[in-house]
Design a protein around this ligand. Structure first.
Ligand code: THU
Length: 130
């Protein structure tokens, strides 16, 4: 996938971040997950007063897609509405690895972005298949 396509996907993730429910951390995060058929599945973080129940944007997007019968993906973009950018958290890396063990991942904000891939984010991923 070329850089311009990934940047377009990042822009979709930016739109998704508008729906983030993040009253506790203040970090509004959006994810855009491009499936193998070209459809984009959006997700945002959804926090909870019981903090540990919060769900990240990446897992929201993946669970939405899988719950609709989609399990094959081409690329993932993650937008954070903050001054510093961060790659997907460890829990999300494991979930990404389950359904998309080797796809490009772009993460960024209004000022910067980085491009990596899911295999690099989680080397030696845990799996039950041999
Ligand atoms: N968050 C994400 O949505 N994705 C990540 O990969 C890391 C963190 C969210 C969770 C929480 O709502 C907020 O960012 C601060 O941790």
């Amino acid at each position: 996938m070329d850089k311009d396509s990934l940047l377009q996907l990042l822009n979709q993730a930016k739109q998704a971040a508008q729906n983030a429910y993040a009253p506790y951390s203040g970090y509004k995060v959006g994810a855009a997950l491009l499936d193998s058929h070209g459809k984009i599945h959006l997700g945002c973080n959804v926090e909870n007063a019981s903090y540990s129940l919060s769900n990240c944007a990446e897992r929201t997007a993946i669970f939405k897609a899988v719950s609709e019968g989609v399990r094959s993906f081409q690329a993932l973009a993650v937008w954070v509405e903050a001054d510093t950018i961060f790659p997907p958290c460890g829990a999300c890396r494991q979930v990404i690895s389950e359904f998309a063990p080797n796809i490009p991942v772009i993460f960024g904000n209004a000022h910067q972005y980085e491009i990596t891939d899911s295999a690099t984010l989680l080397p030696s991923a845990f799996s039950l298949s041999p």
